[in-house]
Write a protein that binds this ligand. Structure first.
Ligand code: AMP
Ligand code: MG
Length: 469
């Protein structure tokens, strides 16, 4: 079997990474393989046993150049000067059939020099969660890393919950450069490395950018669009640390992430996010905060610090409006308005307020808006009817309202209780629920499996997702 590697990150100086092979595992077994993605990447066919050997790290394919990347990061607001891939290994990069470059990374593949106290491993639950949710995000049209393979290792690992089956995820990304990759060199005052990294990031992600300030501008725009997209589908990332904030603008690191059922601006799922720093409604603020950290790092590249600071500040200060504009565009489309004006904000906000008061299901309410049953989602139906009258007036003469609504309001999203049920089944050796979810989430704008559109019953609700990944 061949992976057509074309490695660029490994050609950077040693300061950026440590070369380290994956650690072998006892009895790798292929749980899932993404044939569509493999085809896109030009990866040749192979049988399950061979795939399990490769995507467990037991067998290194030709021209792989395995390494762990160095980075730092603000975790819940506190700066950690050195993180790095503690349990992930970049095998190399592949250029897909469209000419797009992707990292191919094993996650859970053993210890590295950056593991700190960790075991370098991942357990089955988070591996399958990331597989399902990242692929669902892709199908929803959200920029994201993707899942190529999931392999169980045949080894148990220890987590808070006890001994759990180990697994390895192979993910692809347009790169794994993060805000934290810039922070580590800025913090150490390694300006040459910072400049090399900046040039590399520009070449790889934003070739039209003319320098660090332009790079900052491009990343801010990508992040503003990404956050608006998350908000528009009720997604809570859960751990928006600067080391989980990708320079390429993809969603990365599906740890304690979840989609909301009933709408609540303050929704938090991560069991360790006691302050609600990464709550649904706080995500725009955090994205801006993260971009301010990137700006701070990049400022070291400028001779004239005062004027650079002024320019970078202006870029960061433009972000609230940028997010607001992207948010309005996304949410207006969800209620059938393709070309919103600022006056539409009030109409959207009013709907969200009613939803929050009544605990209406986010996904199902928006999906129902294009039909006659939306009022069933509300307890105060008179209040909803009053809103619906205003809405009907607003969209009365607009073209393609139904189409727009049905292509922006998914029928199914990966609900937390379904993910948990899928994980429990997989632990017991049953991958059927996984396959069922993958089939449905591949076409999220079509209702192919109506049962999966149902919110959880009282006893099915999963209030928190563990960070013990
Ligand atoms: P995350 O919260 O998954 O983004 O991880 C934050 C940091 O902790 C990264 O540097 C990870 O590589 C590291 N890390 C997480 N889990 C482990 C583990 N089991 N072993 C070693 N390092 C880990
Ligand atoms: Mg991370």
């Amino acid at each position: 079997m061949e992976l057509p590697f074309d490695n660029s990150f490994a050609a950077l100086p040693d300061a950026f990474y440590t070369r380290v092979p994956p650690t072998s595992v006892k009895a790798p077994k292929l749980l899932a393989f993404n044939d569509d993605l493999a085809k896109l990447l030009g990866i040749s066919k192979a049988d399950d046993a061979e795939l399990a050997q490769i995507f467990s790290g037991n067998f290194l394919p030709q021209n792989a150049d395995p390494l762990a990347q160095l980075y730092a990061g603000h975790q819940f607001g506190n700066f950690n000067p050195q993180l790095g891939d503690g349990r992930a290994i970049l095998l190399g990069e592949v250029i897909d059939t469209n000419g797009v470059r992707h990292d191919i990374q094993l996650k859970g593949s053993g210890r590295t020099p950056y593991s700190r106290g960790g075991d370098g491993r991942a357990w089955l639950g988070p591996v399958l969660r990331e597989y399902v949710v990242s692929e669902a995000m892709y199908a929803l049209g959200v920029p994201t890393t993707r899942a190529l393979a999931a392999v169980s290792t045949g080894e148990d690992i220890l987590r808070e919950q006890g001994m759990l089956p180990g697994a390895i995820l192979t993910r692809t990304a347009s790169s794994h450069l993060r805000v934290g990759t810039f922070q580590v060199f800025a913090h150490r005052g390694q300006v040459d490395e910072l400049r090399t990294l900046t040039n590399y990031a520009i070449k790889r992600h934003y070739p039209e950018a003319t320098g660090p300030m332009d790079l900052l501008r491009a990343v801010c725009t990508a992040q503003a669009n990404l956050i608006a997209q998350w908000m528009s589908i009720g997604f809570v990332h859960g751990v928006m640390n600067t080391d989980n904030c990708a320079i390429g603008g993809e969603t990365i690191d599906y740890g304690p992430c979840a989609f909301m059922d009933d709408f609540n601006m303050g929704r938090v799922f991560s069991s360790i996010d006691q302050q609600g720093r990464y709550a649904y409604g706080n995500q725009p603020n955090i994205a801006i905060w993260n971009m301010a950290q990137l700006a701070t790092a990049l400022l070291q590249l400028f001779e004239d610090k005062d004027s650079a600071l002024e320019e970078a500040t202006a870029i960061i200060h433009a972000m609230p409006d940028q997010i607001e504009t992207a948010w309005l565009q996304r949410f207006a489309a969800k209620i059938g308005i393709a070309a919103p004006t600022s006056k539409d904000t009030e109409l959207i906000q009013k709907l969200l307020d009613l939803m929050q008061t009544d605990g209406a299901d986010f996904t199902n309410t928006f999906r129902a808006l294009s039909g006659p049953d939306a009022r069933d989602q509300f307890t105060d139906r008179n209040a909803f009817d009053a809103w619906a009258t205003k809405h009907a007036e607003r969209i009365a003469y607009l073209p393609n309202v139904q189409d727009l609504m049905n292509t922006t309001n998914p029928a199914v999203i990966p609900r937390n209780h379904r993910i948990e049920q899928m994980i429990q089944a997989a632990i017991a050796g049953d991958m059927e629920p996984f396959n069922r979810l993958m089939t449905a989430y591949k076409k999220p704008y079509t209702l192919t499996d109506p049962d999966l559109a149902n919110p959880p019953t009282q006893s099915e609700i999963v209030p928190a997702t563990f960070c013990g990944t």
